[in-house]
Ligand binder design. Structure first.
Ligand SMILES: [Zn+2]
Length: 417
C-alpha cells in the first residue's frame, strides 16, 4: 500500500491531488514531504470572496505540517496560486488544508488541540516535537471555531462565579450553563464588577437572557445587581457552595481571634493545628483530625460554639419545602444573634437580608444540581494551576474555554484523535 492511498483515504481534497512522497535527507528528524498539485481543470478560489477566479501566477512552494505518522513528520508542499479577482484584485488562493496563516494544517491544529485537553500544553509540545506557541495557536483555532458554532438556544440555567487570578486582588468573572443535561463554561471576562458581568451577558445576547429560568450566584453585590436587572424574570438562587464558604470564613475569624486571646492569657495552645479539622466536613477528616476535633469539643470555646452552629446550619439544605426551611432559617438566625460570636452574627445578618433568594434554592430543587458551581470552580482552578507559565490573560481565557467550554468540533477533529 502506498502513502498516497492512505492519505486519500484519511484526508482527501476534492480539487487537489497528492504527488509522490519523498524522504527529506537533511531534516533533523525523519521527515516525509508530500507534494500537492491542483487538478488540471480546477480553477483557484479567491481567498477574499470565496469565488472561483482565473489564475494569475504561482508563489514559491510552501510547507504545511500535517499529522505526523509513526513519529515521522509529514509535510505538505504546495506552491500557492494567486488569482486575478475583479472584486479583490490579485490575491492568494484559498486552500482547504490551511487557514492561510501559520504553517500548521487545519487537521494538525485540531489534532494538537485535542491532545492539549488531555495533557498540559508543554507536554503536548514535547511529545509531538513542536513548540508551545504552536499548541497555543491550535487551541485558539479550536476555541474560535467552537464559539462560533456552539448552540446557545436551550440554556435555561446559569451560574455566575468569580475566581481569583494571579496573586493579589485580580479576579475573573465566569458564566456557566448549569442545566441538568448540559453543563459548560459560557463566558469569561476580567474583573468582577458590574461592567464585567454586563459585558458577558451582552455577548450572550438579549434572547439568551430572556430565556433564562434560573440564575445562580454568590452574595457578591455587583452580580446580584446586574442579574436582577438583566434576568429579572428568572428565579435567582444563592449558591450553597458560596454560602457555606462564608461560614468557613467566619469560623476562621473566630478561631484566629480566640487563639490569640488564649495565647495572651497564657493557656496551653489548644487551638493550635485545629484549623483544618474545624473547616473540613466531619466525614472528610483524617483519623488524627477526628481525635483532635473530639478533644476540642471538650472545651467551652467560642470556636467550638461557632463550629456547632455551622454544623447545625447544614440541616437547612435538607428541607424540601421553602416554608419549613424559612422557619429553620429564622430560628437559627435569632439564636446566633443572641450569641457573642460576632463573625457569625454578620453571616446571620447577610442571610436575613437575602432571605428570599436563599429560599429560592428550594424552589429550584431538581432543576439545578447543587454541586455544579462548586465543581466548575474546582476545575477552573485546576486548569489555571496546570497552566503555570500562562501569565497572559488571553492564554488563561483560551485554556478555560478549551477545557470547560464543551465546545463543538467539526467531524475532522475526531478522525485523528
Ligand atoms: Zn475575490
Amino acid at each position: 500500500m502506498q502513502l498516497k492511498t492512505i492519505l486519500n483515504r484519511v484526508q482527501r481534497y476534492k480539487s487537489f491531488v497528492y504527488g509522490e512522497p519523498r524522504w527529506v535527507d537533511d531534516a533533523p528528524r525523519p521527515t516525509i514531504e508530500v507534494p500537492i498539485e491542483p487538478r488540471a481543470n480546477g480553477r483557484p478560489i479567491c481567498s477574499g470572496c470565496g469565488r472561483s477566479r482565473p489564475g494569475y501566477d504561482r508563489l514559491k512552494p510552501r510547507r504545511f505540517e500535517f499529522v505526523p505518522l509513526w513519529q515521522i513528520a509529514v509535510l505538505f508542499v504546495y506552491a500557492l496560486r494567486r488569482v486575478d479577482c475583479p472584486t479583490c484584485g490579485v490575491v492568494v488562493e484559498r486552500v482547504p488544508w490551511s487557514t492561510g496563516k501559520g504553517q500548521l494544517t487545519i487537521t494538525y491544529q485540531w489534532f494538537l488541540a485535542d491532545w492539549a485537553r488531555r495533557l498540559s500544553w508543554k507536554e503536548v509540545a514535547a511529545v509531538f516535537h513542536t513548540t508551545w506557541e504552536h499548541i497555543r495557536s491550535s487551541v485558539r483555532h479550536a476555541v474560535q471555531w467552537g464559539l462560533v458554532h456552539r448552540d446557545l438556544s436551550s440554556v435555561e440555567a446559569i451560574g455566575v462565579d468569580e475566581i481569583q487570578w494571579r496573586r493579589g486582588h485580580h479576579y475573573l468573572t465566569l458564566i456557566y450553563q448549569i442545566d441538568a443535561d448540559c453543563r459548560r463554561l459560557l463566558w469569561i471576562g476580567r474583573e468582577r464588577t458590574e461592567a464585567s458581568l454586563r459585558q458577558g451577558l451582552d455577548v450572550l445576547g438579549t434572547r439568551f437572557c430572556s430565556g433564562l429560568r434560573f440564575v445562580c450566584s454568590d452574595l457578591w453585590q455587583p452580580y446580584l445587581q446586574v442579574l436582577a436587572e438583566r434576568a429579572g424574570a428568572a428565579v435567582h438562587v444563592l449558591d450553597r457552595f458560596h454560602i457555606m464558604k462564608k461560614f468557613g470564613e467566619a469560623l476562621d475569624e473566630v478561631r484566629a481571634r480566640e487563639a490569640r486571646q488564649l495565647k495572651r492569657d497564657g493557656y496551653e495552645p489548644v487551638l493550635k493545628h485545629s484549623r483544618w479539622c474545624l473547616l473540613k466536613r466531619p466525614e472528610n477528616l483524617t483519623d488524627r483530625q477526628t481525635v483532635k476535633l473530639a478533644e476540642l469539643l471538650k472545651y467551652n470555646l467560642q470556636t467550638v460554639r461557632a463550629y456547632l452552629q455551622r454544623e447545625d446550619f447544614q440541616r437547612f439544605w435538607q428541607y424540601q419545602s421553602p416554608a419549613w426551611a424559612g422557619r429553620f432559617l429564622d430560628e437559627w438566625c435569632s439564636r446566633v444573634r443572641r450569641s457573642r460570636l460576632e463573625p457569625l452574627k454578620k453571616v446571620a445578618r447577610t442571610l436575613v437580608k437575602h432571605r428570599t433568594l436563599l429560599l429560592n434554592w428550594f424552589r429550584a430543587q431538581g432543576a439545578l444540581s447543587s454541586g455544579t458551581v462548586e465543581g466548575f470552580n474546582n476545575k477552573a482552578k485546576l486548569t489555571m494551576r496546570k497552566s503555570y507559565g500562562f501569565r497572559e490573560y488571553e492564554t488563561i481565557e483560551l485554556a478555560l474555554y478549551h477545557q470547560l467550554g464543551n465546545l463543538p468540533q467539526p467531524e475532522i477533529a475526531h478522525r485523528f484523535c
